[in-house]
Design a protein around this ligand. Structure first.
Ligand SMILES: [Zn+2]
Length: 308
């Protein structure tokens, strides 16, 4: 399996040499814009089915009026039909192909629907722009402008991060499939890319123990104070495990620092990013999205390692 991958990698590198850099940058840019646009549809649709089935249970058990079940209504309008074409999230009009061009259509239509004038969230253009920048910058600076399997896996990993980031920010929920993909692609990236050298089992286990300690000492009291069952769900724990792996790798890549120092920096960054996510707290339940801050620190650690 790995032999086949390394053969494929060599072929990609050979192919890369034949194409001028600017053509490769255009190719990466176009693919990243398309993926950014795809991520917007995933961010809108993926959490709907889980949250709609939750609301369906509430409707049956407590006779809650249907019009109060926003996710259930949206799911019925957008998700369960076979038609996957993009529609306006307010009036349901199908969006023309010419109005569905990443970045450009949003700017041209000033972020609103052509039929009903509904303003779309700036997240649409933000996710597309973010993905374009991440794709081009990593291709040029980190992967040296050469196509490789590492780069493809990295793009997949970045894409799942974008899904989880925005879905948690908007709905305070993490889809299991995204969480599994995030962890799987991270491990695959470790196997394929040179940064994998920095991981050791000892360091990882040690970092994990700090993490569990932190979870119990910090998040449990916070959850108690807010009167909710838990502040960090199992989806967040999966993301934190990748964080522990990254902390141990940063510790090995920079031998002058102690594990505890690296971990402290990780936590300080986590706190700063978590404060930035405060405005996205659910006013009804008091739930703060935890995944975006964890993903941001994880990305910071990974970029640091890739640039060593
Ligand atoms: Zn509309």
């Amino acid at each position: 399996m790995l032999d086949a991958l390394s053969l494929f990698n060599q072929e990609l590198a050979l192919l890369s040499e034949l194409i001028p850099l600017w053509v490769k940058l255009v190719m990466v840019g176009v693919v990243c814009l398309a993926l950014g646009s795809y991520s917007n549809s995933v961010i809108f649709r993926s959490p709907l089915s889980a949250l709609a089935s939750f609301e369906r249970g509430v409707v049956e058990e407590y006779q809650v009026p249907r019009e109060r079940c926003g996710y259930l209504n949206k799911w019925e309008r957008f998700s369960h039909t076979g038609d996957k074409r993009s529609k306006c999230t307010k009036c349901g009009t199908k969006i023309r192909l010419s109005d569905n061009i990443p970045l450009l259509s949003y700017i041209y239509l000033r972020g609103s629907c052509r039929s009903c004038g509904e303003r779309y969230s700036p997240r649409y253009v933000f996710a597309e722009g973010l993905f374009l920048v991440v794709g081009l910058a990593s291709f040029y600076w980190v992967f040296g402008g050469v196509f490789s399997v590492d780069f493809l896996v990295f793009i997949g990993f970045a894409l799942t991060s974008v899904f989880i980031f925005f879905i948690d920010l908007e709905n305070r929920v993490i889809c299991n499939s995204h969480s599994v993909a995030y962890q799987f692609l991270f491990v695959l990236f470790l196997v394929l890319s040179p940064v994998g050298e920095f991981i050791t089992l000892d360091g990882f286990v040690q970092a994990c123990s700090y993490l569990v300690f932190l979870h119990i000492m910090v998040n449990v009291p916070i959850a108690k104070l807010k009167g909710v069952d838990s502040a960090v769900g199992e989806g967040d724990l999966g993301l934190l495990l990748i964080g522990a792996a990254l902390v141990s790798m940063v510790n090995n890549a920079f031998p002058m620092y102690e594990l505890l120092q690296v971990f402290s920096v990780y936590l300080i960054l986590l706190g700063v990013f978590a404060l930035a996510c405060f405005p996205f707290t659910d006013t009804k339940t008091g739930q703060i999205p935890a995944a975006p801050s964890i993903l941001l620190v994880n990305a910071t650690c990974l970029i640091g390692l890739l640039l060593v």
